[in-house]
Design a protein around this ligand. Structure first.
Ligand code: NAI
Length: 342
């Protein structure tokens, strides 16, 4: 199998070289993202491997199909960047649905703890021999209420972490998890009753801008929003207005609506043209990380391992356990014999 690997970073190579080497697959690493222009380089490859900010829209998928690509292997869990209707019947799409829910849930808690107790600012101050603690006051998390939106794999781990801190958890999910130590409520009740709101649902047409102007108004004035899921769950301009006007207390963001041009890149010598991103970075009650919640050794190893298992199953005509198509949310007619979506 020849794999065209888009948006490569040095840490991808470390893990994929180690694991792909054992499988005999041949990987060509491209450091640029997949888009209509770069898709042309997929000729002679069987598999295209992409990450969260690569673009697999209709135009791109048509080019991949013309070039003979048969498998699109996502080395991530989220899949909002793929046009599944175009892919169906032409290119199989596989992903890594579960690599380390703990990695993401722990990062969500890290954002919350840092933002609440200002350890990021204390670090800079003390290194400058400034030992003042003015402005660093936080709140006890014990006894407070966390609102968890989406109680899938990551949301459930995050719920457990909050419980460990002595917090009460309100949860919202159209498919509640059985036996979860949380109280399921409606969204409005969750917004009104939570001191912390953490997003763990996927980005879909229904969840796009689930945090909007109207819902921000329903929150407590000290509420902290944590988003480790997908940027477009939040209407960024509404969030900035809410933060500027003290409608909510703060935001810890690992993802951003328009992140694809910026995140994962070293742009320290350039001017950021995105005014909303620049504005967020000026606010003292915002903590932004660059989509790094997944980034642990355990998660990277699992991502490489499962991606290569997906490729191997495809090569050997075996069932594709991690395949997804646009019918999977409803009654997907996954072929019983082949174990594939089409
Ligand atoms: P999952 O599929 O196990 O859970 C998602 C949950 O969201 C499900 O229980 C589902 O019923 C629920 N959901 C669906 N629609 C909803 C709605 N309208 N309102 C509330 N809940 C809804 O997914 P998992 O593994 O927990 O991942 C969650 C998200 O985390 C992914 O979709 C991805 O976007 C993001 N993610 C971010 C990473 C990062 O590095 N920042 C890494 C991995 C995932």
């Amino acid at each position: 199998m020849k794999i065209a690997f888009y948006d490569t970073k040095p840490y991808d190579k470390v893990w994929f070289d180690k694991i792909a080497g054992e499988s005999g697959a041949e990987i060509k690493y491209f450091d640029f993202k997949l888009n209509a222009e770069t898709a042309r380089l997929s000729k002679d490859f069987d598999v295209v491997c992409i990450f969260v900010n690569d673009n697999a829209d209709r135009q791109v998928l048509d080019i991949l199909h013309e070039n003979g690509v048969k498998l699109l292997a996502l080395r991530c869990a989220g899949y909002n960047n793929v046009d599944f209707k175009t892919a169906y019947g032409k290119i199989h799409v596989v992903r890594v649905p579960d690599y380390s829910p703990a990695a993401v849930a722990e990062h969500a808690m890290a954002l919350l703890l840092t933002l609440n107790r200002k350890t990021h600012r204390a670090y800079s101050r003390t290194r400058d021999n400034n030992f003042s603690i003015n402005g660093f006051i936080g709140i006890d998390l014990a006894g407070k209420t966390a609102g968890v939106i989406g109680t899938g794999k990551i949301g459930r781990v995050f719920t457990g972490i909050c419980k460990g801190f002595g917090m009460k958890v309100l949860a919202f999910d159209p498919y509640p998890a059985e036996g979860l130590d949380a109280e399921y409520t409606g969204l409005d009740e969750l917004f009104a009753g939570s001191d912390i709101i953490s997003l763990h649902c996927p980005l879909t047409p229904e969840t796009r801008h689930i945090i909007n102007r109207e819902n921000l108004e329903k929150m407590k004035s000290h509420a902290i929003i944590i988003n480790t899921s997908r940027g477009a769950l939040i209407d960024t301009s509404a969030l900035i207005d809410a933060l500027k006007n003290y409608i909510i207390g703060g935001a810890g963001l690992d993802v951003y609506e328009e992140e694809s041009e910026y995140f994962f890149e070293d742009l320290s010598d350039t001017i950021i043209k995105d005014d909303e991103l620049s504005r967020l970075l000026t606010l003292p009650n915002v903590l932004l990380t660059s989509h790094q919640a997944f980034f642990t050794e355990e998660a990277m190893r699992e991502i490489a391992l499962i991606t290569m298992e997906n490729v191997k199953a495809f090569k050997e005509d075996k069932p594709l356990e991690n395949e997804i198509c646009y019918k999977c949310d409803g009654p997907c007619n996954k072929n019983e014999k082949s174990g594939r979506c089409f």
